[in-house]
Design a protein around this ligand. Structure first.
Ligand code: TYM
Length: 338
């Protein structure tokens, strides 16, 4: 295997607002990786992915800028990291086409996200939704990214990214694309719905009570946590005691991730408590950590020209890395003039 420069890439769709799941499973960890690793960090608002399902144009533009504000408010520094929107770095779509020709229909058909999102009416889903994972592989591999921090739900797509890299390397007899490592770590890689501990917290859940949005104010956060579904038992003293208690486990995981504690540390403090005592403590931590982010997002959104400048500069920096990798890919494939 060739040696690859350590490089981190991840993306978030600008479709709807950000949830606590996006924050704990992605944004918060992006900021930590930016500050703690000896690697280049690259983060993207994946607007090309968002339009695989219908997006109203004005809403998409607003959501992209708001997401950029969300990245910055969560600690991603556009000087230290490269921060941009996908459509402005054309190499993503160009490499995705090559990967459409490497990946197999059967691989795409197995993707659980395709099955979930297309539902029963696959014939009516967009071709883009089906090919989505090939574009995601291009996002990552156009930078030769070695590490990709994501939540648990993206694991299958990252396995497919590796399959595409391996098949490309085999087909063309090269050692060109890295086998990227997923980074799925911490206590909040799968934040669950507040109404149903077996379902992922998601911006597309019809019930707003099921999630905390980064735009929620202190009262909404406290009210949603107070009403979160739980069981009648007090919190256990040990981590093992959370088994088979998905709602309790979810709230303890959220507390741990927000407060930068381990689950065992949370239980050492709160084991034996009733939810009537634990929920207000959790609400305090959540309000304390989340409201400064939403306040900062609103402040940043007042200067859209500045957001647009940050995105344009990020796209320029991203292209400096992506363009030579795409050019080399074209040469490998045999495209004259590359
Ligand atoms: P998206 O936009 O659905 O979600 C963005 C990130 O948030 C994580 N996440 C969660 N983590 C924990 N608990 C939850 N309930 C939760 N909900 C969402 C997701 O795992 C993700 O890390 N396909 C990707 C976007 C993408 C991408 C990429 C990611 C496109 N290209 C390249 C990494 C690398 C997506 O739809 O994420």
């Amino acid at each position: 295997m060739a040696e690859f420069t350590p490089r981190v890439f991840s993306g978030i769709q600008p479709s709807g607002g950000l949830t606590l799941g996006n924050y704990l499973g992605a944004l918060k960890r992006f900021a930590t990786m930016q500050d703690q690793g000896s690697w280049q960090t690259i983060f993207c608002m994946v607007d090309l992915h968002a339009i695989t399902v219908w997006q109203d144009p004005a809403t998409l533009a607003r959501a992209t800028r708001e997401l950029c504000a969300g990245f910055i408010a969560s600690g991603v520094d556009p000087e230290k990291s490269i921060l941009f929107n996908q459509s402005q770095v054309v190499e993503h779509a160009q490499l995705a086409w090559i990967f459409n020709c490497v990946a197999r229909m059967g691989w795409m058909q197995r993707m659980t996200q395709w099955k979930d999102k297309a539902g029963k009416n696959q014939q009516n889903a967009s071709l883009g939704l089906f090919a989505y994972p090939a574009l995601m592989a291009a996002d990552i591999l156009v930078y030769h990214a070695t590490h990709v921090p994501v939540g648990e739900d993206q694991k299958q797509h990252l396995e497919l990214t590796r399959d595409i890299a391996i098949k490309f390397n085999n087909d063309f007899g090269v050692d060109f694309f890295p086998e990227t490592e997923p980074v799925i770590e911490g206590t909040a890689t799968r934040v669950m719905s507040l109404r149903d501990g077996s379902k992922k917290m998601s911006k597309s859940d019809p019930s707003d009570q099921s999630r905390i949005n980064l735009s929620d104010d202190a009262d909404a956060i406290a009210q949603k946590l107070r009403k979160a579904r739980t069981d009648p038992e007090p919190l256990p003293e040990t981590v093992a005691g959370l088994e088979d208690r998905p709602e309790a486990r979810n709230l303890v995981n959220i507390y741990a991730a927000l407060a930068d504690m381990t689950v065992a540390e949370v239980l050492a403090e709160h084991g034996g408590s009733q939810f009537s005592a634990f929920k207000p403590a959790l609400a305090d931590v959540a309000v304390d950590r989340l409201t400064p982010i939403s306040t900062e997002m609103s402040r940043l959104m007042q200067d859209q020209a500045e957001i647009d400048r940050i995105l344009a500069r990020g796209a320029e920096r991203a292209r400096e890395i992506a363009a030579p990798i795409l050019k080399k890919t074209y040469e490998i494939v045999g495209m004259v003039g590359a």
